[in-house]
Design a protein around this ligand. Structure first.
Ligand code: F3S
Length: 752
């Protein structure tokens, strides 16, 4: 068994009691998110406190931790410095991000095992030493594996990946965090989160035809935008929820990350019971059924939601159209009926060059079976695939089951290449073969994210996200303007044919099957296991603690870069080829902010160097400032650090002596990551002050000697001509976080 059933028995024995206690003390009905959060308070004495949503920091005690290989390296390097002999809660490591997709699983997986052996050996030995479960390369993508094995209704977990909320499909509060947060939980310390606001999404009706669970979140992304869910939990309710499969719910929760939500969660229902039983977790299903009322919002909430949620949205599943979102941002939502006009109006390349299905977002049995039903129509209707197809199964279990049930053969029959059960093209690990890299081109994926360069590293690729069935239909047509609901295709006999709506089973009739799930259980006593890091390694490097604050104001810092427009964690610390350095802070810092656009010249990775007067790469300039003992500052626009949980995006600037990120606003995970690494994450009190920053400015941040929660700091800008301007800058640091800043990093406090 890959999970600890005793722990779960204990959990379900206590959970209803804790919820009941909180409800009594609060004296009111509770939402589902509140029930789970209150049942996981670190300090039970706080159970009846009415926390101010969006304001109060609260300490929690999550049940488990999951880490993917690209972020686990840094998380575990930090954990090793915490002086513990084992993880305080069950935790797992999943090898999914480092595998490059090229020729297909048969070739790519052995190649990845060889290329990454040093990192895999490191992760495996750390897992064995500290009692963590280890999922080998090829076992599957973290969120799919968690859903199949670890997620449980009413539970709370953190994961070092922004799509950790995927587990909300099984009624769990699952939150994406940086590695330092994971270390807090693994060391048994309190884990801090600002009490999230609640967005209630009422689902009515029932999906039919081409509409898929993915379309719920694609539509919602258009409503909320990439920032609309910041510091909020999206809680779904209403009779429409019960008609969605558990895996469909997981897809919706997964992509809550695209609107910046802290997490998303669905109420416990029969579909979750079916999924738990189908994945060999009968006892958990029964335990959850026994306290079902505590795993849903109270009736009073469902009947009068406006009194309980900070924002309410209603979506009618019966009238929901398939959506296709993009390019370059997942909130550019468009119903399929309007998409062709959008493509033409914006001059997007109409030819659909590659279709990609699968990933952590959309590789359930239901997803693959619905897409396979379309693949079968290629032959039955005399059609030819117009574009190549790539399939990324989410886990070995899904792959083996899909293979047994003929779906893998269906995809292969239309030329589909089956990649390793891993992230691959979803994280830039795609060795794409194209005739011309400089040509604007379009791809459609069933993934969750579509930032520039995300899939293939090519800024000319216009990536659109859709359901697997819609991605499949567009791949058959090879035409972005094809609407399978209304349009016909011409088959090899010259006849006009229409694709039938996709059909598929939610769960395999014959049950799931897997030969070897790829799990390596933790050993009971790993004390003697030695974890070695070669001093000359290019991929792994022991972490040195960051220096504490010297007690002085930060004065006359040169502006390293004024970023213009979107700056995601991909822009700050690119993935793709750089993934190989995720365990080596010094080496990966060479990619710092290389994707960010310099507001003064419109170029990427080209900034002015105060020491030489020339223009160089961002990291090169930062290194020279660091060598000269000069701290620097980065200025940015809205939602800085949007996207993933990778803390390298915070650690790299810290390592290269950038002390302050001054932005119009921050994405939640990234802001926390910056604080944890001892950086100053500040916002403009007046956003128009961004325009005052000039290329040759020196900037001071004053007021640090009286740094206190809620008290603004001041920025003094000295322009090239000697004139100065002063304005207020804000922060959200509480006492504990100010302590992290003063100590140099949160980890320095764990050790103190
Ligand atoms: Fe992997 Fe993409 Fe999901 S990178 S974890 S498949 S978002």
């Amino acid at each position: 068994m890959v999970y600890d059933i005793d722990m779960l028995r204990k959990f379900y024995a206590l959970y209803p009691e804790r919820v009941e206690k909180a409800r009594k003390k609060l004296g009111r009905a509770m939402t589902l998110a509140e029930k789970i959060l209150y049942a996981h308070l670190y300090d039970e004495a706080n159970e009846g406190l009415e926390f101010r949503r969006g304001e109060d920091y609260v300490n929690f005690r999550p049940d488990r931790v999951a880490m993917q290989d690209a972020t686990a390296q840094m998380a575990l390097l930090q954990f090793m410095n915490a002086g513990k002999s084992a993880s305080a809660v069950p935790a797992t490591v999943h090898c999914d991000h480092l595998i490059q997709a090229y020729k297909g699983a048969g070739v790519d997986l052995p190649a990845a095992c060889e290329a990454n052996s040093e990192v895999y050996d490191f992760l495996k030995s750390v897992a064995a030493k500290y009692g963590l479960g280890f999922w080998r390369p090829g076992a599957g993508i973290i969120h799919q594996v968690v859903l199949e094995n670890y997620a449980f209704p009413g539970g709370m977990m953190v994961g070092t990946d922004s799509h950790t909320p995927n587990a909300g499909g099984l009624g769990m509060i699952a939150i994406g965090v940086g590695g330092a947060d994971a270390v807090d939980v693994m060391t048994g310390m309190e884990w801090e989160l600002k009490m999230p606001k609640l967005i209630g999404v009422k689902l009515t009706g029932r999906l039919s035809g081409w509409a898929a669970p993915k379309d719920v979140i694609l539509k919602l992304a258009g409503i909320l935008t990439v920032k609309g869910g910041t510091n909020a939990i999206i809680e779904y309710f209403g009779e429409g929820t019960a008609s969605l499969s558990a895996t469909g719910k997981a897809t919706i929760c997964n992509m809550g990350a695209e609107v910046g939500a802290t997490t998303s969660v669905f109420p416990f229902d029969e579909e979750m019971v079916r999924y738990l039983r189908a994945t060999g977790r009968d006892e958990i299903a029964s335990l959850a059924e026994a306290c079902a009322d505590c795993l849903r919002a109270d009736d009073a909430v469902v009947n009068r939601p406006e009194g309980y949620y900070d924002r309410l949205i209603e979506i009618d599943l019966s009238s929901l159209e398939p959506y296709i979102n993009g390019p370059f941002t997942p909130d550019a939502a468009c119903p399929i009926s309007e998409f062709a006009a959008k493509v033409k109006a914006n001059g997007y390349p109409q030819r659909m060059e590659v279709g990609l299905i699968g990933s952590c977002t959309n590789s359930s049995y239901q997803d693959l079976s619905r897409a396979a039903s379309l693949a079968r129509q290629v032959k039955s209707k005399g059609l030819k695939m117009a574009s190549p197809l790539i399939v990324n199964p989410g886990s070995e279990q899904v792959y083996c089951t899909a293979k047994r049930d003929g779906m893998i053969a269906d995809f292969e029959a239309v030329g589909g290449v089956i990649m390793t059960n891993a992230c691959g093209p979803c994280i830039g690990q795609w060795k794409r073969e194209t005739d011309d890299n400089t040509r604007a081109n379009s791809i459609v994926t069933s993934f969750n994210r579509n930032f520039a360069k995300r899939a293939d590293g090519n800024p000319n690729t216009h990536a659109f996200v859709a359901s697997p069935e819609l991605a499949m239909a567009l791949t058959i047509a090879g035409d972005l303007c094809f609407n399978p609901l209304t349009d016909t295709l011409v088959n090899e006999q010259g006849e006009a044919v229409k694709l039938d709506a996709p059909q598929g089973e939610t769960l395999p009739e014959r049950g799931f099957t897997v030969d070897d799930n790829g799990y390596v259980a933790p050993v009971t006593d790993g004390g003697d296991i030695e974890v070695t890091i070669r001093p000359d390694s290019a991929r792994l490097q022991k972490l040195q603690p960051f220096a504490p604050w010297d007690g002085k104001e930060l004065t006359d810092m040169p502006l390293l870069i004024k970023v213009q427009g979107k700056c995601t964690t991909d822009h700050i610390s690119m993935a793709g080829a750089w993934l190989r350095f995720r365990g080596h802070l010094e080496n990966i810092s060479d990619n710092m902010l290389m994707g960010a656009v310099n507001a003064f010249n419109g170029k990427t990775n080209c900034v002015w160097n105060r020491l030489t007067g020339g223009y160089e790469a961002v990291s090169a300039v930062a290194k020279q400032y660091k060598a000269a003992g000069i701290p620097s500052i980065v200025v940015a626009e809205e939602n800085y650090g949007e996207g993933s949980s990778r803390e390298h995006a915070a650690m790299e600037p810290r390592f290269l002596n950038v002390r302050v990120i001054l932005a119009k606003s921050f994405a939640r995970i990234h802001e926390t990551n910056l604080k944890k690494q001892g950086m100053l994450a500040l916002t403009f009190a007046n956003k128009a002050d961004y325009d005052k920053i000039q290329e040759h400015d020196r900037i001071s941040i004053l007021g640090l000697k009286d740094f206190a929660p809620g008290r603004p700091l001041y920025a003094v800008i000295t322009h090239d001509d000697g004139t100065t301007e002063t304005f207020e800058v804000l922060h959200t640091y509480n006492e504990m976080q100010i302590g992290w800043f003063k100590a140099g990093a949160a980890l320095n406090k764990v050790n103190s």
